[in-house]
Design a protein. Structure first.
Length: 256
């Protein structure tokens, strides 16, 4: 009897299977991040390590879009080499920029030779600055939740011609899970920051109010006790009300 050997997958087919498995692994990792309780920066560090299995890069950064200001602001950057120019806090106006159609259409963009891109777009400040950081090619990906623009994810390489359309397809395969993970954690981080800012403002206001309110209560008490002359019943009633209100407010802000 003749033995039939199992068919060995072709190299391209094996590569596709491995890539598909890597994408599924990334999707599982991203789902776990939704409920991980990690901060935004911790989540992005995990994303950095996870995405390296499916997309090549030396540097990854995330910028968020603020609808009120119309600005795209870099919130997080991690790189294998020194970051000198395009770092956390770097910003650009979205309207009229080359980033606008990426967020509007939801389609990633590949620039595989940033020096050539600058030659054809000499007024691009962002391209000038990213070249100073040694980046030669870039894959810019939109982060969108439904119809809402959240921000942009940048994969960057120090080598030209790093990115292909297969990398775009790879990103699109994980885009929804990635955006959900980032958006959820960003919301929680923003909420925590707002609470901290509120507490700081409350502390400042309370601190500034304590001394004046205590002084008002002391002066009112002095008046009602007749140290500067006898008050009429109507005057005494108003001053006592002033003292009571001041004392109430002092007690209200005492613990802040």
């Amino acid at each position: 009897m003749r033995t039939v050997k199992p068919k060995t997958p072709a190299p391209d087919e094996s590569a596709r299977e491995l890539h598909g498995a890597a994408v599924q692994m990334v999707l599982e990792d991203l789902k776990h991040l939704w409920f991980s309780g990690k901060s935004l920066f911790e989540v992005l560090d995990v994303v950095y390590e996870t995405m390296r299995h499916i997309i090549p890069f030396d540097r990854m950064s995330v910028a968020f879009y603020n609808e009120e200001t119309g600005l795209v602001v870099s919130r997080w950057v991690r790189s294998e080499t020194e970051v000198r120019c395009v770092d956390k806090g770097y910003w650009a106006e979205l309207k009229g920029s080359s980033l606008e159609p990426i967020l509007r259409t939801g389609q990633p963009r590949i620039i595989n030779n940033l020096e050539l891109h600058l030659a054809t777009h000499p007024d691009s400040r962002a391209t000038q600055d990213i070249l100073k950081d040694g980046v030669m090619s870039n894959l810019t990906c939109p982060l969108r939740a439904g119809d809402r623009a959240i921000g942009l994810l940048f994969f960057s390489s120090r080598q030209p011609d790093t990115y292909q359309m297969s990398h775009v397809d790879t990103f699109l395969a994980v885009a929804e899970s990635l955006t959900l993970a980032v958006e959820k954690v960003k919301y929680l981080d923003d909420l925590a920051e707002a609470k901290r800012n509120y507490a700081q403002i409350l502390y400042f206001v309370a601190h500034e109010l304590k001394a004046p309110l205590a002084s008002i209560a002391t002066v009112g008490q002095t008046l009602t006790e007749g140290y500067v002359g006898k008050l009429t019943p109507q005057q005494s009633e108003k001053v006592q009300r002033m003292v009571a209100n001041s004392t109430y407010l002092v007690n209200l802000v005492r613990d802040y």
